[in-house]
Write a protein that binds this ligand. Structure first.
Ligand SMILES: [Zn+2]
Length: 102
C-alpha cells in the first residue's frame, strides 16, 4: 500500500525517527529504500497475513533490515526473537546487513 506524506510523517514520528525494533536512526527521506543508512519501511505490527489492518495504530516505523527479518512475526514475537538471539545490537545489525544486503 502507498502512504501519503502526512501519514508517513505521523508513523515516522511515533518513535522520534527510530526503528521500532533495534532503535536505529531512520532518515525520513530514505523511506522505501533498502540497504542505505536510515532506510526504513512502514511495518504492520500485526502482519496483514495474520489479520493485521492498515489502521494507523497497527503501523510502526521499522528499518529495512528489521522489517525483512521480521517477515510475518508479530511485533511482540519479533522483540523476543531479537532479545533471545541477539543480545548485542551491533552484532545483530552486522548479521542482518550480511543476510539481507549482500
Ligand atoms: Zn531496525
Amino acid at each position: 500500500m502507498a502512504y501519503d506524506e502526512k501519514k508517513l510523517k505521523i508513523i515516522y514520528n511515533k518513535n522520534s525517527g527510530r526503528c521500532e525494533y533495534d532503535k536505529v536512526n531512520l532518515e525520513f527521506e530514505n523511506h522505501g529504500k533498502s540497504c542505505v543508512n536510515g532506510a526504513w519501511e512502514v511495518d504492520h505490527s500485526r502482519p496483514v497475513s495474520r489479520g493485521g489492518t492498515d489502521h494507523m495504530d497497527n503501523l510502526v516505523p521499522a528499518c529495512y533490515l528489521c522489517n525483512r527479518e521480521k517477515a510475518n512475526m508479530l511485533a511482540s514475537e519479533f522483540k523476543v526473537y531479537i532479545a533471545e538471539k541477539f543480545p548485542n545490537m551491533d552484532d545483530y545489525r552486522q548479521k542482518m546487513r550480511k543476510k539481507h544486503c549482500s
